[in-house]
Design a protein around this ligand. Structure first.
Ligand SMILES: O=C(O)CCC(=O)C(=O)O
Ligand SMILES: [Fe+2]
Length: 251
């Protein structure tokens, strides 16, 4: 009885009160190599509130291989348990990518929370360690979405900085790009709730990691920021590979 409507926007899920309605987000290309896109209103206010509510008690300080806290990533993170809201967002992220990406290529959604002084140092999301990018483990991370879930209204800092990309010249971007940043610091996106940055991590020609995707979560100087990573792999992730993700050191 439940069928997608003719616009294709409504998708039946497990029960009639769990309808997935995708917001009409707006997309703009920021860079074509690497491909970087800015997505306004990728998540609804309800979705952001829901993600925050279901994960509020599960954040843990990031650790590195020896179980110690990392000076590179001082934020707290958590993987989100799947439910109908999470599946709706995952479906949106898959559809956005437009080609034959399977649900099994998505890592569980990951939230990252920053208190004042916390940051995530420059890194790329793609793996360079051969052990992590084995096809049997899902291969490398083809793409990243970083979405802003919560930005407390007194928040300063906390932009997402791509030092090797150029900021747009037009000041019509200043609502989402930090135009006060010196030009030589590259491109910094402001954390704006509900919006997301999407980029491709790998060179399409040979699947090697694109160094220009280097980025950082700049220190939050006041307030609180929660973001969300949606990472798509080259190959399906097995249940064992998903379980193993929790043991990965941050890169
Ligand atoms: O916090 C940010 O703005 C970026 C975080 C990030 O790059 C990551 O979690 O991989
Ligand atoms: Fe990242």
């Amino acid at each position: 009885s439940e069928q997608p409507d003719s616009s294709g926007l409504q998708v039946p899920l497990s029960s009639s009160d769990e309808i997935c309605v995708h917001p009409s987000y707006q997309v703009q290309i920021i860079s074509s190599s690497p491909l970087v896109m800015y997505i306004k209103d990728f998540l609804t206010a309800q979705e952001c509130a829901h993600l925050r509510a279901i994960s509020i008690n599960s954040f843990r300080h990031s650790v590195v291989a020896d179980g110690k806290r990392s000076a590179q990533r001082t934020s707290q993170s958590t993987y989100v348990e799947s439910d109908h809201v999470v599946r709706c967002i995952e479906e949106r992220a898959l559809a956005f990518q437009g080609h034959d990406v399977q649900p099994s290529q998505l890592e569980p959604l990951q939230l990252v929370k920053y208190a004042p002084g916390e940051h995530y140092h420059f890194h790329a999301d793609w793996f360079s360690d051969p052990a992590y990018k084995l096809a049997v483990n899902g291969g490398n991370r083809v793409s990243s979405f970083f979405a802003y879930i919560y930005v407390r209204n007194d928040t300063t800092g906390g932009g997402t900085n791509f030092p090797l990309l150029s900021p747009p010249v037009s000041d019509r971007w200043c609502d989402v790009v930090d135009c006060d940043e010196p030009y030589n610091r590259g491109l910094t996106f402001r954390p704006v709730e509900g919006n997301a940055v999407y980029w491709e991590n790998l060179h399409p020609e040979d699947g090697s990691g694109n160094q220009k995707t280097l980025h950082a979560g700049l220190p939050v100087t006041a307030g609180e920021k929660i973001g969300m990573n949606i990472w798509t792999r080259q190959a399906p992730l097995s249940d064992e590979a998903v379980a193993g993700l929790h043991d990965y050191p941050d890169l």
